[in-house]
Ligand binder design. Structure first.
Ligand SMILES: [Zn+2]
Length: 94
């Protein structure tokens, strides 16, 4: 393991770990929507300087999986609907 050498740019203390909080990253005043994000904070409770912000990778993964689940469910319903139509056509041709 490396010896920590990163220092907080605000308080100057070594950063051996960070705290994080969930925030929403918004595109601007006149736009809607945003991304669930994480802000990394200096662990020094008297400081709490923002060290970095990034999109929440877990939230993004969850949103992608939810989207895929909905698409697969929709396709499954469409395949079932088409299967029913094919069955009716096959029966009417007998
Ligand atoms: Zn600090």
């Amino acid at each position: 393991m490396n010896i920590p050498s990163a220092k907080c740019p605000s308080c100057g203390k070594l950063v051996t770990n960070v705290h994080f909080e969930e925030v929403n990253a918004e595109p601007g005043f006149f736009s809607q929507g945003g991304w669930r994000s994480i802000v990394y904070l200096c662990p020094n409770l008297q400081c709490r300087a923002v060290l970095s912000v990034q999109i929440d990778p877990i939230a993004i993964r969850t949103e992608i999986c939810d989207h895929i689940d909905k698409e697969v469910s929709s396709l499954r319903n469409e395949v079932n609907r088409l299967g029913t139509i094919v069955a009716h056509l096959a029966q009417s041709m007998r």
